[in-house]
Design a protein around this ligand. Structure first.
Ligand SMILES: Cc1cc2nc3c(=O)[nH]c(=O)nc-3n(C[C@H](O)[C@H](O)[C@H](O)COP(=O)(O)O)c2cc1C
Length: 387
């Protein structure tokens, strides 16, 4: 709705700048960080912006329709909210705020296993329409319990993660000693006390916790042991046996996130996945990796009729979404952008960010004379994107 829009913050850059001022440094560093030297994070956005689109000016045009069909659902726009861990640490109640905004706007919200609201809370907020992203547990019993909870809550899509076989090397996180709750170094305490809106929000919301994982975390663990417990509980590396077992267990749609090569695409298609997200975790895992837009046209052309091909990493604007769709993605996700929105504007940040992105995308569609989301590939300038 127009009333959701705050004209002081007409871009993600404006929201990011405001968020940087309102968040304690350790929380902003966690949100912002790529890995190593942040090269892959930057490359994602730079290379989306190297894509160019062709407008058709002469002719009649009935208007733009952003509605997008995905896995049998009609969503109001071709973008959704990517799973983010520790959301409530970055901004109080941000996990719930974004789920509410997604539900109000009929776009998908994906909850992370290490999010700060539970599967059941998010299912309630979204009327059972959220997606759930599973970090693969070491123990099959925990895997089965989490999947059963997502199924009982009626969630339609399970997302499993291919791109975190190991922890990303993130220098700022290492220096800040990031954990939940944050490590009480003098520096971290100083940063909290100098950010009163964040502090007040945390006091009102209560200590952030891994709400989905809470039943399985031994009571009374101190910070160091909580970190060790989480490390021991999840094993990031996916293999074919694990995907096969998940495919057998999960009756809903199965999406593998983090697929950027033909080799992996072939495997997940053969194992019966319904969708893949070409993602590199927003550049948080492999600094020497490709941008995700680079393999997109090829993956979409080769596999788009066998599996739903989606895209994330580096998207910050309506034109970025348009370039992803023109390159063949059937849907897109944004991670940091939504968190900047909530950290900047609190409760209203989710609604504002969704409205703003839809408005930016609408302008691009009208400018191009692109009537439907599925028409975007007709506007791709091939010379610029053949890779
Ligand atoms: C702070 C942060 C935490 C994240 N946590 C998760 C997570 O728990 N699970 C997951 O699948 N992806 C996680 N991601 C990756 C996002 O789902 C998404 O792939 C990424 O943010 C997209 O890039 P963008 O931020 O440039 O839009 C995280 C990303 C960030 C920035």
């Amino acid at each position: 709705m127009e009333s959701d829009f705050n004209s002081e913050y007409p871009s993600i850059d404006h929201l990011r700048e405001k968020a940087r001022k309102r968040m304690p440094g350790f929380a902003f560093d966690y949100l912002e960080g790529g890995c190593n030297s942040n090269i892959n994070r930057q490359r994602n956005t730079d290379e989306i912006r190297a894509v160019q689109l062709r407008p058709y000016y002469i002719g009649d045009y009935a208007g733009a329709d952003q509605r997008t069909e995905l896995f049998g659902e009609i969503y109001a726009a071709p973008f959704g909210i990517a799973p983010i861990g520790l959301q409530g640490l970055m901004w109080p109640r941000s996990c719930e705020i974004l789920a509410e905004a997604a539900a109000a706007n009929n776009i998908p919200f994906c909850l992370s296993t290490v999010g700060t609201a539970s599967i059941e809370q998010i299912a309630q907020i979204t009327g059972g329409r959220a997606w759930f992203q599973l970090y693969h547990p070491v123990e099959d019993t925990l895997r089965d319990k989490l999947i059963a909870r997502a199924a009982d809550a009626g969630l339609p899509v399970l997302v499993i993660l291919a791109d975190t076989p190991t922890f990303g090397y993130r220098p700022k996180e290492i220096r800040n000693g990031l954990s939940i709750p944050p490590r009480m170094t003098l520096r971290n305490i100083g940063q909290m006390l100098t950010h009163p809106a964040w502090c007040a929000g945390q006091l009102a919301a209560g200590k952030p916790e891994f709400a989905t994982m809470k039943p399985y975390i031994p009571k009374g663990l101190d910070m160091k042991h909580l970190g060790l417990f989480m490390n021991k509980t999840f094993s990031g590396r996916l293999n074919e046996d694990r995907i096969k077992a998940l495919r057998d267990l999960w009756k809903g749609k199965l999406v593998v996130k983090g697929i950027v090569t033909e080799e992996d695409a072939e495997k997940v298609i053969a194992l019966g996945a319904d969708g893949l997200i070409a993602s590199n975790h927003g550049g948080r895992q492999l600094d020497a990796g490709q941008s995700t837009i680079r393999p997109m046209t090829h993956l979409a052309k080769k596999y788009g009729d066998r599996i739903t091909v989606m895209l994330d990493s580096g998207i910050r604007t309506g034109p970025d979404i348009a370039c992803g769709l023109a390159s063949g993605a059937q849907f897109t996700f944004l991670g940091r952008s939504f968190m900047y929105g909530v950290a900047a504007l609190g409760k209203k940040g989710g609604l504002h960010t969704i409205f703003m992105l839809k408005r930016q995308l609408q302008q691009v569609m009208e400018q191009l004379a692109c009537a439907r989301v599925t028409d975007f590939p007709n506007h791709l300038i091939q010379e610029e994107t053949s890779r």
